[in-house]
Design a protein around this ligand. Structure first.
Ligand SMILES: [Zn+2]
Length: 510
């Protein structure tokens, strides 16, 4: 049994919540395993179906020292990966994990303990360990559990967990052959398919008792091209809370072509100029900017600790009047979509910035309680081994009214960001540096030469004020695994076509 007592003081909790910058992993990390066949049906045979009576008993034990709130989080998770490199299936893997995390809140303190042994005796000990965060004379009463039905925003008919690796491999082989035949300058094609299938049960002392099955799948194609001493890379992926019915040979072909197109488009790229330029962001592919440079600074832990650059900005203008930002856990099929968060609160849409004004923050239960705010369905944790933090779901700049063609035509000389890459952001100051894997020069309102080595530099709050045009064409195409305090969580992001009047480009050419 693994069971750890982790009392978290307010100070340490917030410190761990906001420490460091943000990283979005663009690519899944593959692990090597051997082939195996799927187990008995995930939906009907989770080993962790704790009864209502057991859950209520555990909550009662967790509250025995007088803690104000107790919660039981049960998880059964099956993950599959398969990938192809150098013309062969390089690896395929399957991992099953399950466990129970029990949390007790008392004032600003959190008691958290977890166990991967689901016998009642062990779970009872786990609840006892978590209960020790409080030391009151009388135990807190709890409300009996009431089962609740929640709407579903996932687009899953066929669980990818029920598809054998050999069938998934057909998608990989198709993308591999299309990618390699796309152009003779293509010298490397890597493809991966991954899916996670998680069943969670959340029960708490306020009577919440919900269950959710969360499936996330992804097909990723990465292509390298080479010509003389020039090298380039392209990639494309499809992902989301999607069932296997969303993938077929046609999808694999389209992704391979799109990755090939990007690799070849960037092959003749010239060094980007350095200096201050207007930029146009392409719809859909630049949402990571808003997630990283703005969204993290609107998470309630940093607001409460006053370490975020937006801590005192509620009700104030922080962006140009045409800019609105939302976090929305209910976008059908998107990667960050959740029917419920990991605290049992239904997924919802929260407007964070409304026409330039900061109107709300991203809350988990602890911070909402301490800040006397309404829950927003953003309490998320990586697994039963982690306590929840305020985390984004699908974050996007909302649609505006400017014509995308007019946006491009309005730029005499500037930079077109077709896709934004990884970034480094300080949530304290909002300062960022982003790489741009696909970018072009704009001359006289037209996209001309491909550019390499573009680095966007500046601060989130500054960029928000310089958004001068926003198109109506919002799309959510970005997505990855957001890292915060050592916890990875699937998220997605999006944006319409937009123009920022000036931004510093760190390029190779002065
Ligand atoms: Zn992030």
């Amino acid at each position: 049994m693994k069971s750890y007592f982790r009392p978290i003081t307010r100070r340490k909790f917030i410190k761990s919540g906001i420490a460091g910058g943000a990283i979005i992993a663009t690519y899944p990390v593959w692990k090597l395993f051997s082939f195996s066949t799927p187990p008995s049906d995930f939906y009907v045979n989770p080993a962790c179906n704790l009864s209502k009576e057991t859950l209520e008993k555990l909550i009662e034990i967790a509250l025995q020292k007088g803690g104000e709130f107790a919660e039981v989080y049960v998880e059964y998770n099956v993950g599959n990966q398969i990938y192809l490199e150098e013309d062969k299936i390089y690896g395929a893997g399957r991992g099953v994990d399950m466990g129970v995390g029990i949390r007790v809140l008392h004032g600003e303190k959190t008691g958290y303990a977890y166990s991967d042994d689901l016998s009642f005796e062990r779970l009872k000990q786990t609840a006892e360990v978590a209960s020790h965060i409080a030391s009151e004379k009388t135990a807190k009463e709890h409300t009996g559990l009431k089962s609740s039905q929640i709407p579903s925003y996932y687009l899953v008919k066929v669980s990818p967990d029920n598809i054998i690796p050999q069938d998934k491999a057909k998608l990989l082989w198709k993308a591999n052959s299309v990618g390699r035949e796309y152009d003779k300058r293509i010298n490397q094609v890597n493809i991966g398919f991954s899916d996670t299938n998680k069943k969670i049960i959340i029960a708490n002392s306020e009577g919440t008792w919900v269950e959710d099955v969360q499936t996330i799948s992804r097909l990723l194609v990465s292509i390298n091209a080479i010509e003389g001493d020039k090298r380039s890379r392209g990639y494309a992926y499809k992902d989301g809370t999607l069932g296997y019915e969303h993938y077929d040979l046609k999808v694999a072909e389209e992704l391979a072509k799109d990755a090939g197109r990007m690799a070849l488009a960037m092959l003749p790229a010239e060094d980007a100029p350095a200096g201050e330029y207007p930029i146009v962001m392409a719809k859909g592919h630049c949402g990571t900017f808003f997630h990283e440079a703005i969204g993290h600074s609107l998470e309630s832990d940093g607001i409460r600790k006053k370490t975020s650059c937006f801590w005192d900005k509620e009700g104030k203008m922080i962006a140009s009047p045409i800019s609105s930002l939302a976090d929305d856990g209910t976008v059908p099929g998107a990667r960050g979509t959740i029917n419920v968060d990991d605290e049992g609160v239904p997924g919802q849409k929260t407007i964070l910035i409304n026409k330039g004004k900061c109107v709300n923050f991203i809350y988990d239960r602890l911070n909402a309680k301490l800040m006397k705010a309404r829950l927003t369905g953003n309490g998320r944790r990586e697994s039963y081994q982690h306590y929840p933090l305020p985390r984004m779901t699908n974050t996007y700049l909302m649609a505006g009214e400017d014509d995308p063609d007019d946006i491009l035509k309005s730029v005499q000389k500037g930079i077109y960001i077709a896709r934004i890459g990884g970034g480094n952001v300080s949530w304290v100051t909002g300062r960022f540096v982003f790489s741009v894997p696909e970018g072009y020069l704009i001359e006289d309102g037209q996209i001309t030469k491909p550019l390499k080595g573009i680095q966007l530099m500046g601060s989130g709050p500054e960029v928000l004020k310089n958004i001068v045009m926003v198109g109506p064409d919002m799309e959510i195409l970005g997505g990855g695994t957001c890292g915060k305090s050592g916890q990875g969580k699937p998220v997605s992001d999006g944006n319409p076509t937009l123009k920022v009047s000036k931004i510093t480009i760190g390029g190779a050419k002065v």
